[in-house]
Design a protein around this ligand. Structure first.
Ligand SMILES: Nc1ncnc2c1ncn2[C@@H]1O[C@H](COP(=O)(O)OP(=O)(O)O)[C@@H](O)[C@H]1O
Ligand SMILES: [Mg+2]
Length: 358
């Protein structure tokens, strides 16, 4: 049964999540070929209902795709115990229809991606994300038996390895070796629970960011969503995944807006805060050279892979590609060098921000 905005309320009645006499309204939050997400108001409570669907374009090769809902349900349960304030709470999972019901973020919360693309960079959000991710990686690494249930990498290969690394390798044979070396590292080190889509589009932020928590660490009102690609994997992937998004935002804002240098500096500060809090929380991906190489592979993927970043201009894409090439081959030694538009770059940095190879 494919849920629609007309059937989602009766589905929740059937599952016992809400009683039939509760007044409800339902709206579509996101819908497409990969899945559908609904927001349901019932009795003053807001629920999110999510049902992934088979990827129609590759349905023949992907018959079990909806089972990623079960992965998401399991990961939500595990990680909520570790960082309860930073992800939705799973209320119900229907394994026969692959439907998750979870708590909804408060009204007014926004996708962090849109906030960043609007040129508003909150360093505290980066710090909070680092703490959350570091906690997940550290804790899951200490639970090998539970981690083993996420050991199947088929989904990760189909959603990341093939469309990203292997496609870049085919389209940029000059860079195939370092890019495939990254993929090999991702497939052969299964040391912790990796989110797999740790991207600003899967982060919701509240208005009241920047407050301090009890430990004095800056905290942000922030949830991480979308655990469908969770797997036992290499922690460097999540760290590089977030960083490559911050780098692309910096390039984009620098090539399209007048406040580019300020935004790039803030995005670099955000990346630094993310990595510092990640390490402080016990996160495992702390080898900066590896982080930079993997970030480079992902930057290349967003230009030459199967899911190019839609918001990049031609110049922006060329610059991201050049940065990615420098990074994946080991020419860049630090995360700071991935942000050439931020003021005060190291003197010996390759001039990737201005000399664009096409
Ligand atoms: N618990 C939630 N509260 C509020 N909004 C949500 C929630 N879950 C998902 N959304 C919204 O729906 C969108 C799609 O959900 P997501 O879990 O990311 O699925 P998809 O796999 O389709 O990307 C999110 O980007 C977010 O805007
Ligand atoms: Mg998503």
């Amino acid at each position: 049964m494919r849920l629609s905005v007309d059937t989602v309320t009766s589905f929740l009645h059937g599952r016992g999540v809400i009683t039939p006499d509760t007044p409800t309204t339902a709206t579509v939050l996101a819908g497409g070929v990969s899945g559908a997400t609904f927001l349901v108001y019932a009795g003053g409570v807001r629920y999110v209902v999510k049902q992934p669907l088979p990827f129609l374009a590759v349905a023949d090769e992907w018959p079990a795709r909806q089972e990623r809902a079960g992965v998401e349900a399991a990961a939500l349960g595990w990680l909520a115990d570790l960082t309860p304030g930073h992800l939705p709470r799973l209320l119900d999972y229907d394994p026969s229809e692959f439907v998750l019901t979870m708590t909804a973020a408060p009204p007014g919360w926004a996708e962090w991606r849109s906030v960043l693309l609007g040129g508003r960079v909150d360093v505290a959000a980066g710090a909070t994300l680092g703490r959350v991710l570091g906690t997940w990686h550290a804790s899951s690494a200490g639970a090998p038996e539970r981690l083993a249930t996420y050991g199947d990498l088929t989904m990760f290969l189909e959603l990341r390895g093939d469309p990203y690394h292997r496609t870049v390798a085919a389209r940029r044979p000059d860079l195939a070796e370092p890019v495939l070396a990254c993929l090999d590292e991702l497939l052969t080190r299964q040391s912790c629970l990796v989110h797999g889509d740790f991207s600003p589009k899967n982060v919701l932020v509240g208005a009241a960011v920047g407050a301090a928590d009890a430990s004095g660490t800056p905290a942000a009102d922030l949830w991480v969503l979308d655990f469908e690609v969770a797997h036992a994997g290499n922690p460097v992937f999540d760290v590089a995944f977030l960083l490559h998004h911050l780098v692309m935002k910096a390039v984009h804002l620098s090539t399209t807006g007048s406040a580019g240098a300020r935004c790039a500096a803030e995005l670099l500060a955000c990346a630094d805060a993310f990595r510092a809090e990640y390490a402080a929380a016990g996160g495992l991906a702390v080898d900066e050279a590896a982080v930079v190489r993997h970030t480079g592979a992902l930057l290349l993927a967003r230009v030459h892979g199967k899911s190019p970043a839609a918001y990049l201009s031609a110049d922006g894409a060329a610059e991201v590609s050049a940065l990615g090439a420098h990074a994946v081959t080991g020419e860049l030694g630090s995360v700071a060098e991935l942000f050439p538009h931020a003021p005060g770059p190291p003197a010996d940095q390759p001039d990737v921000g201005r000399t664009v190879s096409r």
